[in-house]
Ligand binder design. Structure first.
Ligand code: UGA
Length: 316
C-alpha cells in the first residue's frame, strides 16, 4: 500500500513517515519547505528517510504541483502540511495561513474526488476550541477559536467534512493537543525551554506559567494517525491528547530535574490567542480505533531532552 504524506519534512509529518516505513508501507512525501523555520532543520528531519527505497520525496507545494497525478498513485492521505503556530498567526502574514491551511486543504480535497482513497486523515488542532469553560474537552464542545490560526484549522476541518458529505471522500480530522518530543518545532515551548536550559540562557514564559496543557508525545500522535487510518470512522473528528493535564510550571520543574540544571525564567505578558487550559477527552478515539496514549510527561520530556541534547547543532 502506498500513502501520501503532505508536510513530510515537518515535525509530525516526518514522524508519521518514519513509523509507516517501519510498518512496511510505501510513502510519497511532499514538502515545499515553507520558511516558518530553517530548511536545514526540515531536511534533517527526512535525512534518514531519503535513504529508504520505499520513501519517495517530491519537493513542491500542493497549490502548484500536479496533485491529481500524485493522488492517482496512492491509497491513503495524511495531510500534515500547514503553517503552524498559534501566536504567530496574528498580523499582516495571515494570508499565508489562509493560503496553506485553507486553500491548500481545499485543493487537495478537490483533487481527491473520484480517486481510490481509502482514508484521508487531516491534521487539525486543539486550537479550534479556543478558551473552554468545562474540561475535559470532548469533540462535541463548541468550537470557538481565539487565534487566527485556529480559525484556519477549523476551516480546514469543515472543508474535510464538506468533501466527505458531498463527495464521499473518507476524511477524518485529528485534533492534536500540543504535540512534543524529538524533532519538535523550534518555536514551541519545550524545544525553547530545553535549549535555554542546556545553553544557560533565559527563557520567556508567557503569563504566570499556571496555564495547563494536555501535552501529547509524538509517538502517541503518530499511533493515533495509524489507528485512525485503519479503523477511524469516515466524516468524524477525534481529539488526540496525551492523557493528562499539566501546568507549564510543572513541566519546567520536570525538565530541571531531568537536566539537573535550573531554568532562568522571565515571566512576561501572556499572548493573545493562547488558550488558558486544554485537556482532551480521548474516549471517542479509544472507542472507535483503540487510541490509548502510552508515554507520560516525565518519560516524554526525558526523551525530548536527550534527543535535543544530542542534536542541538542542527538548530544553531
Ligand atoms: C501547539 C502548537 O504550536 C500548535 O501548532 C497546535 O495547533 C497547538 O499546540 C494545539 O494544541 O492545537 P501551544 O499549545 O501554544 O500550541 O504549544 P507550545 O508552543 O508548546 O506552548 C505551550 C505553552 O507554553 C503555551 O501556554 C505558551 O504560551 C507557552 N510558551 C510557549 C511560553 O511560555 N514561552 C515560549 O517561548 C513558548
Amino acid at each position: 500500500m502506498r500513502l501520501l504524506i503532505t508536510g513530510v519534512s515537518g515535525f509530525i509529518g516526518s514522524s508519521i513517515a518514519k513509523k509507516l516505513i517501519q510498518e512496511g508501507y510505501e510513502i510519497i512525501g511532499i514538502d515545499s519547505f515553507l520558511d516558518n523555520y530553517p530548511k536545514k532543520i526540515k531536511e534533517n528531519n527526512i535525512r534518514e528517510l531519503l535513504k529508504n527505497k520505499r520513501f519517495n520525496f517530491i519537493e513542491g507545494n500542493i497549490l502548484s504541483l500536479n496533485i491529481g497525478k500524485i493522488l492517482d498513485q496512492v491509497d491513503g492521505v495524511f495531510h500534515q502540511s500547514a503553517i503552524p503556530g498559534v501566536r504567530a498567526s496574528w498580523g499582516i502574514n495571515f494570508n499565508q495561513y489562509t493560503e496553506h491551511n485553507v486553500n491548500g486543504t481545499q485543493v487537495l480535497l478537490e483533487a481527491s474526488k473520484n480517486k481510490e482513497i481509502r482514508k484521508f486523515v487531516n491534521a487539525s488542532s486543539s486550537s479550534v476550541y479556543g478558551d473552554v469553560n468545562e474540561l475535559p474537552i470532548s469533540e462535541t464542545t463548541p468550537t470557538l477559536p481565539i487565534s487566527p490560526y485556529g480559525v484556519t484549522k477549523l476551516a480546514g476541518e469543515n472543508l474535510a467534512n464538506l468533501y466527505f458529505k458531498g463527495y464521499c471522500i473518507p476524511t477524518i480530522s485529528l485534533r492534536y493537543f500540543t504535540v512534543y518530543g524529538p524533532r519538535q518545532r523550534p518555536d514551541m515551548a519545550f524545544h525553547k525551554i530545553i535549549t535555554a536550559i542546556i545553553l544557560g540562557r533565559e527563557i520567556e514564559i508567557y503569563g504566570n506559567g499556571e496555564q495547563t496543557r494536555d501535552f501529547t508525545f509524538i509517538d502517541d500522535a503518530v499511533e493515533a494517525n495509524l489507528k485512525a487510518f485503519l479503523n477511524g470512522k469516515d466524516g468524524e473528528v477525534y481529539n488526540v491528547g496525551g492523557g493528562s493535564r499539566v501546568k507549564l510550571n510543572q513541566a519546567i520543574r520536570i525538565i530541571e530535574e531531568i537536566s539537573g540544571k535550573k531554568a532562568k525564567l522571565k515571566y512576561v505578558d501572556s499572548h493573545k490567542g493562547d488558550a488558558k487550559h486544554t485537556y482532551a477527552d480521548i474516549s471517542k478515539g479509544k472507542k472507535d480505533f483503540g487510541y490509548s496514549p502510552e508515554i507520560d510527561i516525565y518519560e516524554g520530556l526525558k526523551r525530548q531532552f536527550e534527543w535535543l541534547n544530542d542534536n542541538l547543532d542542527i538548530y544553531r
